[in-house]
Design a protein. Structure first.
Length: 377
């Protein structure tokens, strides 16, 4: 057990250091013609003034296609005011698939012949000015078929929010390889040719998770999926402790309901780490505990350097709240990670965007609004 413990701690530290040392320094961008950015928003969206300002500051020019379910007053106002680059599509209410999927499929059907590069973003991100151009760079240079960034949570004040942020940071700073990457729908790009090859409208039909649907379709088609390491995109994490935990469980429930094998492998890895921490704390003695803490402090230092490199100063300050768990109780982060993974497998129901969905193998079996009572009650 001693050597397994040393191996696990060394491997985890080297993984984060590897991520840090291989961050691109040149961060080249491309700005081709025919770029469309797809944004799905809820009907109560406030217009995202910070998001729109950040999109206007992008180094690449594009058309913004906003998809709503019905009438979104803020989106309507934005389209009137910014009609030269903002258009709307009204998808209606879904009956057998995720509402976000329903809106994105409507947006795909509204593409124009000149739209040659498709970028997907989420409404709750704080994108850097290079986001669109960096996503497009590997596509234009022929280095990838699907390109993705990843979220970096910015937890609001509170220990539980910081803990969920620490769990997510474990995933965000893992080394990423093209053969083992799943795209993140909050910052993802592909060419129109790849979208047509995958028949995205059909690939997403009936599903709940857009990134899982596109990622699995890409894997099956043996496409090249490329992560952009410096695109750890700021995404605020707010709300109560229960909401934060629900967010973490939902992310893994998307995985377990789409790919049980992927979930099982990820859970096994974390379970071994969690069990090793129990051994170190109970039987390993002070030397083993200090090895664990030494590796945790090393990871925290490397992650601090990553945050400073890829985020704006104010964003990095908020993200660093999660590092407190790494330096004070790293074992709690691992145990919380495992709890979230196990809880995800306890049900096939996913609550998301005001709806409850029951999912099997990625497909929506049934759905109902959260405030609607089940039939018979």
């Amino acid at each position: 057990m001693l050597w397994l413990w040393i191996f696990l701690q060394g491997l985890s530290l080297l993984g984060v250091v590897n991520y840090w040392r291989h961050l691109p320094t040149d961060r080249k961008t491309e700005a081709p013609d025919g770029v469309v950015v797809l944004l799905s928003v809820r009907d109560d969206w406030d217009g995202g003034p910070d998001l729109i300002a950040r999109l206007k500051a992008q180094t690449a020019r594009f058309r913004l296609l906003i998809a709503t379910s019905g009438r979104c007053a803020a989106a309507d106002t934005l389209a009137v005011r910014e009609g030269d680059w903002v258009q709307l599509v009204h998808a209606g209410i879904a009956s057998d698939e995720g509402q976000k999927i329903h809106k994105l499929r409507a947006a795909l059907r509204a593409l124009r012949p000149e739209d040659r590069h498709i970028v997907f973003i989420d409404a709750d991100i704080e994108p850097p000015a290079r986001l669109v151009g960096r996503l497009l760079f590997p596509l234009v240079r022929g280095k990838a078929d699907i390109v993705t960034g990843y979220r970096m949570l910015l937890p609001d004040r509170g220990p539980m929010l910081a803990l969920v942020g620490a769990v997510e940071m474990q995933l965000a700073t893992l080394p990423r390889f093209a053969s083992a990457t799943m795209p993140w729908g909050g910052a993802m790009a592909l060419t129109r040719d790849v979208a047509d090859r995958l028949d995205l409208d059909r690939a997403m039909a009936g599903r709940l998770s857009d990134d899982m649907a596109i990622g699995l379709a890409g894997w099956r088609a043996k496409l090249r999926l490329r992560p952009v390491r410096d695109l750890l995109v700021a995404s605020p994490l707010e709300g109560s402790a229960a909401q934060a935990l629900s967010f973490g469980v939902r992310q893994y429930r998307h995985i377990v309901t789409n790919s049980p094998g992927m979930w099982a492998l990820a859970t096994l890895v974390v379970a071994v780490q969690a069990a090793a921490w129990i051994w170190a704390l109970v039987w390993g003695g002070w030397a083993m505990i200090m090895i664990g803490y030494g590796a945790a402090w090393g990871r925290a230092l490397a992650r601090r350097a990553i945050l400073a490199s890829v985020l704006e100063p104010e964003q990095a300050s908020r993200a660093r709240r999660s590092l407190l768990w790494d330096v004070t109780a790293p074992f709690v982060v691992t145990w919380a990670h495992l709890i979230v993974q196990l809880a995800a497998a306890a049900s096939s129901r996913i609550r998301w965007g005001g709806w409850d969905y029951w999912v099997r193998r990625g497909l929506v079996l049934r759905m109902k609004p959260v405030d609607q009572k089940p039939a018979g009650n």
